[in-house]
Ligand binder design. Structure first.
Ligand code: FES
Ligand code: FES
Length: 213
């Protein structure tokens, strides 16, 4: 959200509404009508109709193929199913947690093609053909990922609910080069909330893996 100097706003802090040039509501409505008319001009309407005709509608239960932790899995699900629900409800990969289901807590963080995303904010159907890594795919057999080890060592969790998302985000944070300092780590991990307040220990774990201990 851009910062506006308080002096730009009238009392009450409400930004001013755009005003018509000559101050008359009637001419303003005329201008607005002109713009709307332009938007609905025949060439644009025709183009919109063409695009609609070409767009493929996917409806009902469909076979979705997802590459999770190196294995391709097929599920039967509706296209509206989120990646988070596909993981938890259709594949029993319950390590990825559902916190807010609105992209605000980071509990559902997974990696897609090496980048961290909130799996509650994307549809499974959109992630077909991509490499998806969940917390279950981080360890190599019995050998934990260094970030998992560091979380254990530094007690980076209390109830543990947010932990899978924190670990996935921590791994990505180090890989992205965004763990250069504690402040930078806090900034780049700020999408992951922990209600138990394990923040300092989480930062300590990321610091260790980033080699800044
Ligand atoms: S469950 Fe996805 S961000 Fe909270
Ligand atoms: S450890 Fe409980 S929410 Fe983070």
């Amino acid at each position: 959200m851009p910062d506006f100097p308080a002096s730009d706003f009238p009392a009450g802090g409400v930004p001013p509404q755009p005003q018509p040039n000559d101050g008359s509501r009637r001419s303003f409505m005329k201008q607005a009508g002109g713009i709307l008319g332009l938007a609905l001009a025949p060439p644009l309407v025709a183009q919109a109709e063409r695009l609609t005709a070409y767009s493929k509608t996917v409806e009902g239960v469909t076979a979705l193929q997802l590459k999770i932790n190196g294995t391709v899995r097929t599920i039967q699900a509706e296209p509206r199913v989120t990646l988070l629900d596909a993981l938890r409800e259709y594949m029993d990969l319950t390590g990825t947690k559902k916190g807010c289901d609105h992209g605000q807590c980071g509990a559902c963080t997974v990696h897609v093609d090496g980048r961290r995303i909130n799996s509650c904010l994307t549809l499974a159907v959109m992630q077909q053909g991509k490499e998806i890594t969940t917390i279950e795919g981080l360890a190599k057999g019995d050998e934990l990922h260094p970030m998992q080890e560091a979380f254990l060592k530094h007690d980076g969790f209390q109830c543990g609910y947010c932990t899978p998302g924190q670990i996935m985000s921590g791994v990505a944070c180090v890989k992205e080069g965004h763990a250069g300092s504690d402040d930078q780590t806090r900034e780049w991990m700020s999408g992951n909330l922990c209600r138990c307040g394990a923040y300092p220990n989480i930062v300590a774990a990321v610091r260790e893996v980033a080699g800044k201990a």
